[in-house]
Design a protein around this ligand. Structure first.
Ligand code: GLC
Length: 705
């Protein structure tokens, strides 16, 4: 390979580069391309690279296939509510099959950024606030996208992103700086990436943020020292969009030439859309600042990826496949199943749900009742809203159109026009129950879409208030890309379902839940704040030297003129002590209870496994699935450790009036944490918790020696 051809492999271009892309493909000056979504177009460009360039090295075509290609699954934050690694893997597998039929063999997913800040629009794209849940589901997505063999034409290379710490963007503003200390970096933000690496993720993408003053794309400690040297990662590292150039904007590099040097020194292989590598590497080599071996290493990793995808033997995609795989019935069924498991029941007064036999006439209202595009959620480019089945459509299918009274009142989530509110009273009079579909348009979350307020937009709150005064039960169903501060609206509702953005089959999934065909099993992957002022808010926080215990005085208890003592002397807010809902929370139509928590020993050592057992009971007539969660607390260690850390979870199916003795075997290495570059489990006392959410748990303790 000539030096130009080597550098060409490091250069990524976009389909919209048009003739310039074709020219570079013909000269062997581009190695990967993004966003070709038609197999015929892809094969045309690939033919130029393979048959007209000197070496005929095939291109890889990449796309953001985040939660589906044509069949759209719930947004990843919604999928995370399922706590169902197998189903999440199936969804990723289907996404890969559909994307590969379009000529795509590389997706920029899974996004495994931990986020404790729902103001950040990209919380929608990840699996929430917990490292263990995100590590588990991120690995599932990698396996699903990549299949059993990357050479399989339906397999696509996955890309764990955004490496790293991006979800800690200060104040939840996207692209903002982060200030993550090294130990916190390893114990919270890097764990999911380590899990993806250990599960064979083919590529990794560097993140936009500068952490403690160093942008990830030029962060040698992060990419070279940890990812490559410590973890032994030999896959391809790609920058995020234009991220090399942005190191100049950050003020980290004087010019693109020095930014190029920083990225190469950090061992970043592919330049996404900066055109920095193709522009400056040659002169940096001539000036002796880059060693040709650094380029050869990058080229080797890229060629190995193309080889593992089988592109040298079969560079072209089958142009006939797409019609048979897009929206295939099995894909649609899986999308509904995952959407059902992603629904979280937050409230159900007097068992409003599931509908009883008296429910005949239903008033359907709210801007998201019939919003086929909005229910798909953020990061959807190729899924067609025409295939969405909305709640309104599904309700008419289930109950007959004549029994559905549809009055949205608001046209879209930011709509403030309440002119049509006056009709709602008489329409409510005809109905047995009211379903209010509220939340966010899909554009209000996702990249660069951070919000300072998490209240319902527009006049949605007024709508809920008016509905609550009709005397009819109101079921509020929320579609959103993030947690919202909807405590007031929840108080006015008889029942609440949170579906996040449920995807193509959101309507049928919600209706099957309303009528009880689906018994909700979803659990929240993020803490819901009562108010924005509590953010960042998350369950796995440190204890501090003055932890609150719930007994503290609150603002309404303080008499006027109270002397200037330090009220409470604890770490809490005078005005809001609780979150709205804790991590792991979710109700069921069943009635689960836990009892008799035991351990097989009181002391463990070496590589023991902890055998934890307990009774799980379903005292209802309704079969259901409970996501059982196991947390630990390392009482004292060389670093202060969180008050709880999720280390295991399982979906347990229970029959009506069922009782089971459940037992888990948990390896003690799950007790460990990172102190510098050492992962260890220190001797000492541990608490272990079991329950159906991160707050209501049984607890016992053990000693690790
Ligand atoms: C975007 C996103 C990244 C995405 C890339 C390519 O800016 O940050 O997640 O994969 O560009 O579209």
């Amino acid at each position: 390979m000539t030096l130009d051809e080597k550098i060409g492999q490091l250069n990524q271009m976009h389909y919209e580069d048009g003739a310039f892309l074709e020219e570079n493909a013909r000269k062997g000056l581009v190695g990967t391309v993004m966003s070709i979504t038609n197999p015929i177009d892809f094969n045309r460009i690939q033919r130029i690279a393979v048959e007209e360039s000197r070496l005929g090295i095939p291109l890889i075509n990449a796309r953001d296939v985040i939660h589906g290609f044509k069949t759209i699954f719930p947004i990843p934050l919604g999928q995370a509510c399922s706590f169902d690694p197998d189903l999440v893997e199936q969804a990723a597998r289907i996404s890969a099959i559909e994307a590969a039929a379009a000529g795509i063999r590389w997706t920029f997913a899974p996004m495994v950024d931990i986020s404790q800040d729902p103001r950040w629009g990209r919380i929608a794209e990840g699996c929430g606030e917990d490292p263990y849940l995100t590590s588990t589901l991120g690995a599932s997505m990698v396996r699903g996208f990549q299949g059993n063999d990357l050479k399989d034409p339906s397999s696509i290379a996955a890309c764990a992103k955004h490496f790293a710490g991006y979800g800690a963007s200060e104040s939840g503003k996207d692209y903002n700086s982060t200030f993550i200390a090294p130990n916190r970096f390893r114990n919270i933000y890097l764990r999911p990436f380590h899990s993806c690496v250990n599960n064979g993720v083919a590529t990794i993408m560097t993140s936009f943020n500068d952490n403690d003053g160093i942008p990830s794309t030029g962060n040698k400690w992060l990419v070279k020292n940890i990812l490559r040297d410590e973890w032994g990662y030999e896959g391809v590292v790609v920058t995020d969009w234009n991220a090399i150039n942005e190191m100049v904007t950050h003020g980290y590099c004087e010019d693109i030439r020095s930014a190029t040097l920083k990225a190469i020194d950090a061992s970043v292989d592919i330049d996404m859309m900066s055109r920095a590598y193709i522009g400056y590497i040659k002169e940096l080599i001539d000036d002796g600042l880059i060693d040709i071996n650094q380029i050869d290493d990058a080229v080797r990793r890229i060629l190995l990826l193309k080889h593992s995808l089988g592109l040298f033997e079969s560079p072209y995609c089958d142009e006939t496949l797409k019609s048979s795989v897009f929206y295939a019935p099995e894909h649609i069924r899986t999308a509904q199943k995952l959407a059902e498991e992603s629904i979280v029941l937050l409230k159900n007064d007097a068992t409003t749900l599931p509908f009883n036999s008296e429910i005949k006439k239903i008033l359907v209202t709210g801007p998201l009742a019939d919003a086929p595009y909005e229910q798909l959620g953020t990061w959807v480019f190729d899924g067609d809203a025409k295939h969405s089945i909305t709640p309104l459509t599904a309700l008419k299918d289930e109950f007959g159109a004549e029994n559905i009274i549809f009055e949205p009142v608001l046209e879209y989530s930011r709509d403030t026009n309440l002119d049509r509110l006056k009709q709602i009273k008489e329409k409510a009079a005809e109905a047995d129950i009211i379903l209010a579909f509220v939340g966010e348009e899909s554009i209000l979350s996702g990249e660069a879409h951070s919000m300072a307020s998490l209240s319902l937009q527009g006049a949605q709150s007024q709508l809920i208030k008016e509905l609550s005064q009709t005397g009819k039960p109101v079921v509020m169903i929320v579609m959103a890309g993030r947690p919202l501060t909807i405590g007031d609206e929840i108080a006015l509702s008889s029942a609440v379902l949170y579906s996040f953005a449920p995807g193509t089959m959101g309507g049928p999934a919600i209706v099957s839940t309303l009528i009880g065909k689906n018994n909700p099993s979803g659990k929240l992957p993020v803490t819901f704040p009562m108010t924005v002022g509590q953010i960042p808010i998350y369950y796995n926080h440190n204890n501090t030297g003055r932890p609150a215990d719930g007994s503290e005085v609150t603002i309404n208890d303080i008499s006027v003129g109270t002397s200037q003592t330090s009220l409470g002397n604890k770490s809490y807010y005078l005005d809001f002590k609780e979150c709205l809902y804790p991590f792991g929370f979710g109700m069921s139509y069943s009635d689960f209870s836990y009892s008799d928590l035991c351990l097989d020993k009181s002391e463990y050592q070496g590589n023991d496994s902890i055998i934890i057992s307990f009774n799980l009971k379903n005292s209802s007539e309704v079969p259901g699935t409970e996501v059982v969660q196991v947390y630990i607390r390392d009482i004292h260690a060389s670093l202060t450790r969180p008050v709880k850390e999720l280390i295991h979870f399982e979906r347990i199916a229970m029959d009506a009036n069922d009782s089971k003795r459940i037992s888990f075997s948990i390896p003690v290495n799950k007790l460990g944490y990172w102190l510098g570059n050492k992962y260890m489990t220190e001797p000492g006392k541990f608490d272990i918790f079991v329950g159906g959410n991160s707050e209501d748990c049984m607890k016992t303790s053990f000693q690790y020696n």
